[in-house]
Design a protein around this ligand. Structure first.
Ligand SMILES: [Zn+2]
Ligand SMILES: [Zn+2]
Length: 187
């Protein structure tokens, strides 16, 4: 078995973790603390981490018999749009990562499905899929600028915050509408 399996991962890529410095002895530990630019489309349609924004990785890589266990947090700024009033939302997100990356040809590698646990690619770990899953789970599918956002008046599109309490649009009662048509005919 070749010592370094061919890998398509780029070790210089921001979300690729290089474990060459981590002894393959169960219990060995290395920490990864760094700030990397966020990849594109990290999040949901209405809210997510802007591409290139700072992502802070605060992770520990631990050798276990079957591979490398990655745990810790990733945090970053999120930007989105309120689902009710379309105002910009500026927030932040912190996600926990807890993922085993199995060595190639380990028992775990051979006895689990492709999507059950992560896989080492040679000495490299691609953190991106686990990070994407965690971020998507952490973000609201219907983001709001604040919990009680009243949204926009459906008639004029102005935010209810900026409208007086008695704001209304004159509604023509359908019965009166009929009557006014009659009057017009008589004219
Ligand atoms: Zn809102
Ligand atoms: Zn209105």
């Amino acid at each position: 078995m070749p010592k370094h399996l061919p890998s398509q991962l780029d070790p210089r890529s921001p979300l690729v973790l290089d474990t060459r410095e981590l002894p393959r002895r169960p219990g060995a530990l290395r920490t990864v603390t760094r700030v990397v630019p966020a990849p594109a489309d990290l999040g949901l349609e209405m809210i997510g981490v802007p591409e290139g924004a700072d992502l802070s990785l605060d992770l520990s890589l631990q050798s276990v018999s079957e591979g490398v266990y990655v745990s810790g947090t990733v945090s970053g700024a999120v930007q989105g749009e309120c689902g009710r009033c379309l105002r910009q939302i500026d927030d932040s997100v912190v996600v926990r990562i807890q993922e085993l990356y199995a060595y190639a040809n380990s028992t775990t590698d051979e006895t689990t499905e492709e999507d059950e646990v992560g896989r080492m690619q040679g000495d490299l770990i691609d953190l991106e899929p686990a990070l994407r899953d965690a971020v998507v789970l952490a973000l609201p599918t219907n983001p709001l600028c604040r919990e009680d956002c009243p949204g926009l008046c459906t008639d004029c599109g102005v935010h209810w915050d900026e409208l007086p309490a008695d704001h209304s649009h004159q509604q023509v009662d359908p019965r009166w509408a009929g009557l006014s048509q009659l009057t017009r005919k008589e004219e």
